[in-house]
Design a protein around this ligand. Structure first.
Ligand SMILES: Nc1nc2c(ncn2[C@@H]2O[C@H](COP(=O)(O)OP(=O)(O)OP(=O)(O)O)[C@@H](O)[C@H]2O)c(=O)[nH]1
Ligand SMILES: [Mg+2]
Length: 478
């Protein structure tokens, strides 16, 4: 029987040649060192990848009533954490800005129509009825000249839901608060305040980008727009001088005052920048995108990679929901396993009612919602972060003489200024959190104006640190 020599065949293959020169040896060792470096790098990547897969993402839910600023907070997240993607969507937001302009004009024309009807009526207005100023024939002509703006709305809506037949496309993805039949006039069911909304899951931004890419032929070529949307922009630009005339007309201002309509405090207000936003070369700025209003339907989730201090980047998912009353039932399934809730309560809405129910004051609705959130057992371990939002509008309203205690009677005769009203509301929200939480819990409050990118970036930075810290503490406790 022969015994196999105790030699590893692999080491024979890998062994250096017997007659290797010192130079060849040096080159071989260098090559081996480089190969080892590459292999170590690959190992490290694999390890990181495995760790990433194991580490659960941080989940944040944005909550609050409609128009409280949830989607705007999400836009700030995107602006900070994925600025390239945020800015690549400018052309989609341009259409939203234009829809916002058309809605403002539509509201003015409706108020003018009411004023005309009132002066044409043979019955004098009752003591509680509004008394409108006389509408001049010039103003009537201006009103008629602006009616083609409806076509702009149609073309832009068509762009938001491409591919669907006209009658169906508004049904398909865009909701305007009321049942739709056909054409924007009937889609609004006669409600001039109805606003356009998009299903969170609907690929409306993708649809815009695809349109542009198809028209370009080449991604690198100059941007060529689809015919219908270019015509809509040309039409809007042609109406721009008339819109400026309308907005600066003293009778219109008077009519809006009688109508109790402060367009400048409303979502998606661009009438002060008409010349700029209707210019054919207009590209929305970051601020314009933050101000543009598009109501959310459903729930959408957005993924980010966030870094705090010198930690490795962590996956974050931010959930944005529709805040209108009819959409709130969809929130509950998202309460489970959420790391933090950012609750937005717009302080400026103390004198407003809900769009979906005119018998409910918006601030009161926000307080009720906050109560429901803090007392929900599914959220008892979730970090709560309260944004008392729209403080810029609150300041402007108080400065214009609007009385806080007219709407919040319990405020009494304390000074009608920002300092006192905001602290009063902060105490109210804090007390509710203390009274309605199952166990004592900390929560964080910020006074915010989420259309201000700079201050919001600072606040979101500190929110990120709070969440990272509280997650660390929680994982150490487990
Ligand atoms: N001036 C001002 N406007 C704000 C502020 N926060 C939000 N807005 C504007 O208010 C409007 C409504 O904000 P959104 O973020 O769309 O509100 P939302 O909570 O997502 O509303 P839904 O989608 O209907 O639930 C938008 O036009 C915003 O630009 C703020 O702090 N100040
Ligand atoms: Mg929204």
């Amino acid at each position: 029987m022969t015994v196999a020599p105790d030699i590893d065949p692999l080491s024979l293959v890998l062994a250096p040649p017997k007659d290797e020169t010192p130079e060849a040896r040096e080159a071989r060792l260098l090559k081996e060192r480089e190969a080892k470096k590459r292999s170590d790098m690959i190992d490290l990547e694999l390890k990181r990848d495995q760790q990433d897969k194991k580490s659960k993402p941080v989940k944040i839910l944005l909550l609050g009533q409609s128009e409280s600023g949830k989607s705007t907070t999400l836009k700030n997240f995107q602006l900070i954490n994925s600025p390239k993607a945020f800015r690549s969507e400018r052309s989609s937001w341009r259409a939203v800005v234009h829809l916002n302009v058309v809605r403002s004009v539509r509201l003015i024309l409706h108020a003018l129509g009411e004023a005309e009807a009132s002066s044409a009526s043979s019955v004098p207005p009752g003591p509680d009825e509004p008394v409108y100023p006389e509408i001049s024939s010039e103003l009537r002509t201006l009103k008629m000249r602006l009616s083609p703006l409806q076509q702009v709305e149609e073309a832009l809506l068509a762009k938001l839901t491409p591919g669907a037949a006209f009658k169906d496309r508004l049904y398909a993805q865009v909701d305007v608060d009321e049942p739709l039949t056909n054409g924007p006039e009937s889609t609004r069911g006669g409600n001039p305040a109805a606003e356009v909304a998009v299903q969170s899951g609907a690929p409306w931004k993708g649809a815009f980008n695809r349109l542009i890419a198809n028209a370009r032929g080449s991604v690198d070529g100059p941007e060529v727009e689809a015919q219908d949307s270019r015509e809509a922009r040309q039409l809007l630009q042609a109406c721009s001088e008339d819109v400026i005339r309308l907005w600066s007309d003293p009778t219109v201002k008077e009519v809006l005052k009688v109508h109790r309509l402060r367009l400048e405090d409303m979502a998606g207000f661009f009438l002060d920048s008409i010349e700029r936003v209707t210019d054919l070369s207009y590209e929305p700025t970051d601020d314009d995108i933050l101000k543009a209003r598009l109501k959310t339907l459903g729930v959408s989730e957005h993924h980010f990679s966030l870094k705090a201090g010198n930690m490795i980047p962590q996956k974050w998912v931010v959930f944005d929901v529709g805040g209108a009353r009819s959409l709130r039932a969809a929130w509950v399934p998202y309460f489970d396993d959420m790391n933090a809730i950012i609750f937005l309560a717009p302080l400026s809405c103390f004198d407003q009612v809900l769009a979906e129910d005119e018998t409910v004051n918006r601030l009161e609705d926000s307080i009720l919602l906050w109560k429901a959130v803090v007392s929900n057992p599914l959220l008892k371990d979730t970090s709560l972060i309260l944004f008392l939002n729209k403080i810029d509008i609150l300041k402007a309203k108080l400065a214009s003489g609007q009385k806080f205690n007219e709407f919040v009677v319990s405020y009494g005769d304390k000074p009608n200024d920002f300092e006192n009203t905001s602290q009063y509301m902060k105490k109210k929200f804090t007390m509710i959190a203390k009274q309605h939480s199952a166990e004592p819990r900390g929560f964080y409050t910020y006074f915010t104006s989420v259309t201000d990118a700079q201050s919001t970036a600072d606040i979101l930075g500190s929110v990120r640190d709070i969440i990272v810290r509280s997650n660390l503490t929680r994982s150490q406790l487990v």
